[in-house]
Design a protein around this ligand. Structure first.
Ligand code: GTP
Ligand code: SPV
Ligand code: MN
Length: 613
C-alpha cells in the first residue's frame, strides 16, 4: 500500500507503483477534480486488507464477525436507501442516442460530462482516494481486460479484492502502456469542514454513467454492489458488451458450470437468468441423480470467444461470488454455505447474538437475539424479514468446494449448451430446446421474468428481460440481438459444435401458488436431458414452440410428481402460446426496422406453427 499525502502529490514516476504515463496522468487529473486528502495505490496484499478492514471496523462501517465461527469475515449494514442497483439512475452516454437504444437511459455525453464535473468536484474532500487496478479474467490471459477503479470507499476496495484479481500483479500485467478501462467511483459525501462521517456514506442523488465509445465509467452516490464494484456489471457487462460487439465475441450475464456424467464424460454449460433468478444456485448445484457431478466455473458473468477449433470458449471474468444470501441454505445450496466459511463480507443480512450472520432460509427458524439489517432488535412477530431480500455475500470463488479445476484457466472452457430462463409462474415449460440457433436467439430475446429484489422494478411483476441483459447491455438491444444472430453464422465457428440453445423455467406455479418443480439439485435432471440431447441420446418431441422431452426421456425417478404436475411442466398450451406469440410480436414491433430480419422470420414461423397445431 503506497500512501501519498496530497500536499506532496507529485504524481511522478517516483513514489508510484507504475510507469504507465497515461494512467499516472489520469490519476492526477481525477485527484485534481475530487480533491482527496490523500491518494493511495492499492497493491491487493493481505497487509492492505488487514489495515483497511481494521480501519472500517473502527469506523463502524464493518462489524468483525466472531472469528471462531467465521474467520476474517465482516458484516456491513448499508444505508437503507442504498440496497440494490438503481436502473433508473444508470446511463449509457453513447455519442448517438440511437446507439443506446430504447432499453437504456441516455444522456447527451457533453452535458453529462459537465454534470459529472460538478458532482465530482471536491467529492473526496476529507477522504482518501484509492486507486484500484483490477483484472477481469485470469492474470496473463489474452482474454482478460484490465480496469482501474478510483474510489473513496474502502468497503469497495475490500470487495474488489474479493471479486477481482486486484493490485500489484495487475499493474505488472498492464506494463507501461497497456489498455485499461477508466472507472471513477465516489459515495458522494465529501467530509467538508464540520461534516461528520457516517457508517455507510452515500448520496440520495445517484448516477451510474457509462461512456461506451471511450470505455469509461463514472459512478456517484451509491456504495452498493453493481453500482459501486465497477468491474462487475459496469465493466464486465455494459462496457464489455460494446467491446464484444465491436470485436466479435460475447459478454453475457451467465453462469458457467461443468457437468460430468456417470461415465466420466463432461460438458460445459452456460446459463443466463435475470438477477436473483437462480444463477448462483445452478452454478453450485449438487445433483440429486446418482453418478452425476456438477462443478462451478462462474456464477454471474461469462465472456465467450471462438477458439481455433471453432468451439465457443467461456471464461469467468470474476474472482469471487457476489451472491444473494436469503434463500441460500444447507438444503438448497450447501456448496454456497460451505464457501462462506471465512474471508467473506456480508451486507444487509441479520446479525446474531454470538457475532455471526443469519438470513431467511439459512435455518428454518431465526435464532434468538437477532439484530435485523436495519440495526434494530429483530421481532419475528413483525412479519418483516430480518435480512434485506437483496442481502449479499462477497466471497472468493476459490473457496467453493465445488469449484472446477479449470475455473481460472486462461483459455476458458468449451461450451456445449446455453440455457436461458426467467421466473414464469405460467406458460413456459420446464425445458424447451431451440429448433436451431436463430430460434434460440428468438427465445432468449423474448425472455420475460417476474421482478425480484435485486433491482427497482416491482417484485413479482412480469417484465421483458431479453437474454437477462436488459439492465446490462451497453448498446441498442436490437443490435445486440443481431450480434447474436451473426455469432451463430460466424466464419470462426464450426456449426457442428455450436452450442445448443435451451429455454428453462424452474418457477412454474400451481393454482395454489406453489412451485411445481422441486428445483435446486433436481435441476440436474434437466441438465442430464440436455447433456443427452447434445450426445444424441435423449428423445424429444417437436412442438410449435420447440423440442420438449418425451415422457420417459426426462429422468424423474424418485420424484413424487403427480401426472398432472408432470403434464403442467412438460406440455404446451397452444392457446396460451398464441397469446405469448402475439405479445412477442408486439414487443418486437417496438424495435421497428432495427429488429434483425432473422428474428422477424422466427416470429412469423412461430405464429404459423401455432396456427397449424
Ligand atoms: P444475481 O446474483 O442477482 O444475478 O442472482 P442469481 O441469478 O445468481 O440468483 P440466485 O441463485 O442467488 O437465486 C436467487 C433466488 O432464487 C434465491 O432465493 C433462490 O433460493 C431462488 N432459486 C434459485 N434456484 C431455484 C430453483 O431451482 N427453484 C426455486 N423455486 N427457487 C430457486
Ligand atoms: C445482479 O443484480 O445481477 C447482481 C448483483 O449480480 S449486482 O452486482 O448488484 O448487480
Ligand atoms: Mn447478476
Amino acid at each position: 500500500m503506497l500512501m501519498q499525502p496530497a500536499d506532496e502529490r507529485n504524481i511522478a514516476v517516483e513514489g508510484t507503483p507504475t510507469r504507465h504515463r497515461a494512467l499516472l496522468d489520469w490519476v492526477e487529473q481525477v485527484a485534481a477534480r475530487v480533491r482527496p486528502d490523500a491518494v493511495l495505490w492499492c497493491d491487493g496484499s493481505d497487509a492492505e486488507w488487514n489495515e483497511l478492514s481494521d480501519k472500517l471496523v473502527e469506523a463502524g462501517t464493518l462489524v468483525a464477525l466472531n472469528p471462531a465461527l467465521r474467520p476474517n469475515s465482516f458484516y456491513a449494514r448499508s444505508d437503507p436507501r442504498d440496497v440494490a442497483r438503481v436502473e433508473s439512475r444508470t446511463f449509457i452516454c453513447s455519442d448517438s442516442e440511437n446507439d443506446a437504444g430504447p432499453t437504456n437511459n441516455w444522456a447527451e455525453p457533453g452535458e453529462m460530462r459537465e454534470r459529472l464535473d460538478g458532482l465530482f468536484s471536491g467529492t473526496m474532500e476529507g477522504r482518501t482516494m484509492y486507486v484500484v487496478p483490477f483484472c477481469m479474467g485470469p492474470l496473463g490471459s489474452d482474454k482478460s481486460i484490465i480496469g482501474v477503479e478510483i474510489t473513496d470507499s474502502p468497503y469497495v476496495v475490500l470487495s474488489m479484492k474479493i471479486m477481482t484479481r486486484m493490485g500489484a500483479p495487475v499493474l505488472e500485467m498492464l506494463g507501461d502502456d497497456g489498455f485499461f478501462i477508466r472507472c471513477v467511483h465516489s459515495v458522494g459525501m465529501p467530509l467538508s469542514e464540520g461534516v461528520q462521517d457516517v457508517a455507510w456514506p452515500s448520496n440520495d442523488e445517484k448516477w451510474i454513467v457509462h461512456f461506451p465509445e471511450t470505455r469509461e465509467i463514472w459512478s456517484y452516490g451509491s456504495g452498493y454492489g453493481g453500482n459501486a464494484l465497477l468491474g462487475k456489471k459496469c465493466v464486465a457487462l455494459r462496457i464489455a458488451s460494446v467491446m464484444a460487439r465491436d470485436d466479435g465475441w460475447l459478454a453475457e450475464h451467465m453462469l458457467i458450470l461443468k457437468l460430468t456424467n456417470p461415465e466420466g464424460a463432461s460438458h460445459y454449460v452456460a446459463a443466463a437468468f435475470p438477477s436473483a433468478c437462480g444463477k448462483t444456485n445452478l452454478a453450485m448445484l449438487e445433483p440429486t441423480i446418482p453418478g452425476w457431478k456438477a462443478e462451478t466455473v462462474g456464477d454471474d458473468i461469462a465472456w465467450m470467444r471462438f477458439g481455433k477449433d471453432g468451439r465457443l470458449y467461456a471464461i469467468n471474468p470474476e474472482a469471487g461470488f457476489f451472491g444473494v444470501a436469503p434463500g441460500t441454505g444447507p438444503s438448497t445450496n450447501k456448496n454456497a454455505i460451505d464457501t462462506l466459511s471465512g474471508n467473506t463480507i456480508f451486507t444487509n443480512t441479520a446479525l446474531t447474538a454470538d457475532g455471526d450472520v443469519w438470513w431467511e432460509g439459512l435455518t428454518k427458524t431465526p435464532p434468538e437475539g437477532l439484530t435485523d439489517w436495519t440495526g434494530q432488535p429483530y421481532d419475528p412477530a413483525s412479519g418483516k424479514p430480518a435480512a434485506h431480500p437483496n442481502a449479499r455475500f462477497a466471497v472468493p470463488a476459490a473457496q467453493c468446494p465445488a469449484i472446477a479445476d479449470e475455473w481460472d484457466s486462461p483459455e476458458g472452457v468449451p461450451i456445449s449448451a446455453i440455457l436461458f430462463g426467467g421466473r414464469r409462474a405460467s406458460a413456459v415449460p420446464l425445458v424447451t430446446e431451440a429448433l436451431d440457433w436463430d430460434h434460440g436467439v428468438y427465445m432468449a430475446a423474448n425472455i420475460a421474468s417476474e421482478g425480484t429484489a435485486a433491482a427497482e422494478n416491482k417484485v413479482g411483476e412480469l417484465r421483458r428481460d431479453p437474454f437477462a441483459m436488459l439492465p446490462f447491455c451497453g448498446y441498442h438491444i436490437a443490435d445486440y440481438f443481431n450480434h447474436w444472430i451473426r455469432i451463430g453464422a460466424s466464419a470462426a465457428s464450426d456449426p457442428s459444435v455450436l452450442p445448443k440453445l435451451f429455454l428453462v423455467n424452474w418457477f412454474r406455479k400451481d393454482s395454489n401458488g406453489k412451485f411445481v418443480w422441486p428445483g435446486f439439485g433436481d435441476n440436474a435432471r434437466v441438465l442430464k436431458w440436455i447433456a443427452e440431447r447434445i450426445e444424441g441420446k435423449a428423445d424429444a418431441e417437436t412442438t410449435p414452440i420447440g423440442l420438449l422431452p418425451t415422457k420417459g426421456s426426462l429422468d424423474l425417478s424418485g420424484l413424487s410428481l403427480t401426472p398432472e404436475q408432470t403434464d403442467m411442466l412438460l406440455s404446451v398450451d397452444t392457446e396460451i402460446w398464441a397469446g405469448e406469440a402475439e405479445r412477442n410480436g408486439a414487443y418486437f414491433n417496438s424495435f421497428g426496422d432495427r429488429l434483425p430480419p432473422a428474428l422477424k422470420r422466427q416470429q412469423a414461423a412461430l405464429e404459423q406453427r401455432i396456427a397449424e397445431a
